[in-house]
Design a protein around this ligand. Structure first.
Ligand code: HMG
Ligand code: MG
Length: 305
């Protein structure tokens, strides 16, 4: 079942940076995205067209889009919670957009101030306009394994909201372990249900590595035949509406695993390290990725020789 080829969807500039309080200059965000492009990431989530009061770090997303250097092989995407966000994302030049809801009512209220049903109603005009424009839409389902407010989440809730998103016309659904509570057996129980209804190549996995289980979960999803993973350079990340949440599983960590297993991604490990360094130097603090830390230690050793 393990696929020969995997698509990595880079979250660093959006999910990675959205939870960081420090001011990150727009210019550094642009250099980060450009370095990720050079690394060969096929999809980069560049920013979010959301309320700047809710997520101040994403307020300069249009300027980031305006400053980046694009290559034809890369898709540049953005979050769009409503029609206003969709229009702003398209005006900025996003190739695709993502709407986002949850399997938990409480999380959804805190995150986007809507019930799950209300959020789907808000997405309907976005899907309608995107379909007319020929723009692919991704749908996120947050808290698919657990919620910071409600605790364990019934897989049936994930199945329901995923089916609703596909019925509305999204191209792909990303299943989010927002607070990093999943373990491989729970991945199994959610993904086998989803795989019964939808092709695996239309479902992405979005693991946060809060408790160190993300790589084990990636491996389990690979074994079940899933082939799209959301990752963040350096393991940057979190969610402003999920207290204590840490970064997405690191691009370098997943890439080290996939390279070692002979699974093709088209992404260059050393160049992802270079991209992570752009942000690490601005933050002046080490990013959490284990494979990044090992690569930098090796670079330092080689430089000393
Ligand atoms: P609301 O209060 O229901 O909407 O918020 P509203 O229409 O009443 O607007 C509220 C304010 O937002 C107004 O401004 C609007 O102008 C403004 P104010 O009058 O207060 O100055 N506004 C906007 N501004 C810019 N762009 C827009 C926009 N729409 C309204 N598109 C809303 C609803 C969704 C807007 C708000 O709650 C919001 O922006 N939330 C941000 C949520 C967010 O970005 N969360 C983080 C990303 S999700 C995530 O990280 C999870 C994920 O990674 C997967 C996982 O890990 O699970 C994807
Ligand atoms: Mg996330």
């Amino acid at each position: 079942m393990i696929p020969d080829r995997v698509t990595l969807v880079e979250m660093g500039p959006r999910d990675g940076l959205q939870n960081i309080d420090a001011a990150i200059p727009t210019d550094a965000k642009i250099r980060f995205v450009d370095a990720l492009t050079r690394a060969g990431l096929p999809v980069i989530e560049v920013g979010a067209f959301v309320s700047p009061k809710a997520v101040p770090q994403m307020a300069d997303s249009a300027d980031v889009f305006a400053g980046i250097t694009r290559t034809p092989g890369t898709h540049y995407t953005a979050l769009a919670p409503n029609l206003r966000g969709y229009d702003a994302a398209r005006a900025a030049g996003a190739d695709a957009v993502a709407v986002f809801t949850a399997a938990s009512e409480t999380f959804n209220q805190r995150n986007i101030r809507a019930s799950i049903a209300e959020s789907l109603e808000r997405f309907a005009p976005v899907l309608e306009r995107a379909t007319a424009d020929g723009v692919p839409v991704r749908g996120y389902v947050s808290c698919a394994f657990g919620c910071p407010y409600e605790g364990a989440i019934d897989p049936a809730a994930v199945v329901r909201v995923t089916a609703d998103l596909f019925a509305m016309g999204v191209a792909e659904v990303s299943i989010g372990d927002t607070i990093g509570v999943a373990t491989p057996n729970r991945v199994d129980s959610v993904l086998t249900r989803l795989a019964a209804d939808h092709p695996a190549d239309r479902i992405a996995l979005h693991f946060h590595d809060t408790r160190g289980t993300a790589l084990a979960n990636v491996l389990r999803a690979l074994e079940l035949g899933f082939q799209t993973f959301d990752t963040s350079a350096g393991g940057l990340g979190g969610c402003p509406f999920a207290p204590g949440a840490t970064g997405n599983v690191a691009t370098e960590d997943v890439l080290y695993l996939l390279d070692g297993m002979g699974i093709d991604t088209g992404v260059d490990f050393d160049r992802v390290v270079d991209a992570s360094l752009v942000i690490e130097q601005v933050l002046d603090t080490p990013l959490p990725s284990r494979a990044l830390r090992a690569a930098l230690a090796q670079r330092a050793r080689e430089a000393a020789e």
